[in-house]
Design a protein around this ligand. Structure first.
Ligand SMILES: [Zn+2]
Length: 244
């Protein structure tokens, strides 16, 4: 179900979002309230029919047009490479997590030590982009799981967070997507994710609040059902991080 029962689906040509039923006011409100339509990133079926190189070429042309419309002089040495740089950055870096082919492959290991306590990986850097304004969301993720007999390499936890962050995102959805992936990979329901992040669309525009941050949590399994487990996780997260 889309917000307000309105249609954000694509038109038949597949290239234009249909905002027919949304006026400017509701478009602004939806962005400022950061409403997400579902826990899946809304993507078209033909999302990967174009190659990365073709996407870069097309975005370069469109971004040049945006700069042109803003009145920027694209013959200027400093500006002329910008459309290409932005296009490459979108496709190869900051939105590369849209492509399922880029999802990190997490190899499971037998839990030889029979470690059945909680494992917490905290302070994972989150660099994402708000899907309503295309400006950064910057923060930290804290993830935890209780081994079902299998473990994954620690760096894979960071990679999973980064993969889902490299999409246009809504923080709540990012939190749920990370938790769902951890559950699938680790074959356990006992998973927790907290993200504490700043939204540049809140600090540099709109209400212009430079000091607020947004915390989203997703608890599953024992983290949801058992108060002591949840408290232990929160205690680990709030302890000062080890210094080297
Ligand atoms: Zn935003």
């Amino acid at each position: 179900m889309k917000p307000n029962g309105t249609s954000l689906n694509t038109r038949s040509n597949g290239h234009h979002l249909a905002y027919d039923l949304l006026n400017d006011v509701s478009v602004d409100e939806m962005g400022d309230d950061h409403v997400a339509s579902s826990s899946e990133t809304p993507m078209r079926e033909d999302a990967f029919e174009l190659s990365d190189d073709t996407k870069i070429e097309l975005i370069e042309g469109h971004f040049r047009e945006i700069m042109n419309i803003l009145g920027l002089d694209l013959t200027d040495d400093s500006l002329k490479g910008t459309p290409r740089r932005v296009a490459k950055m979108y496709v190869k870096e900051i939105f590369s997590g849209l492509n399922p082919a880029k999802k990190p492959i997490a190899t499971l290991f037998e839990n030889k030590y029979q470690y059945s306590e909680m494992l917490v990986e905290k302070g994972i850097t989150v660099h994402s982009q708000c899907e309503h304004h295309f400006v950064p969301i910057i923060g930290r993720a804290h993830v935890a799981y209780i081994s079902s007999g299998k473990v994954i390499g620690l760096s894979k936890l960071n990679r999973i967070v980064q993969y889902f962050a490299k999409r246009p995102q809504v923080q709540e959805r990012l939190t749920v997507q990370i938790a769902n992936e951890l559950k699938a990979v680790l074959q356990t329901e006992d998973v927790a994710v907290i993200i504490d992040a700043r939204h540049l669309c809140v600090s540099m525009r709109g209400v212009q609040d430079a000091n607020s941050s947004t915390v989203t949590v997703h608890y599953c399994g024992k983290f949801k059902d058992d108060e002591a487990t949840r408290q232990e996780f929160l205690r680990h997260v709030s302890e000062p991080t080890a210094t080297l």
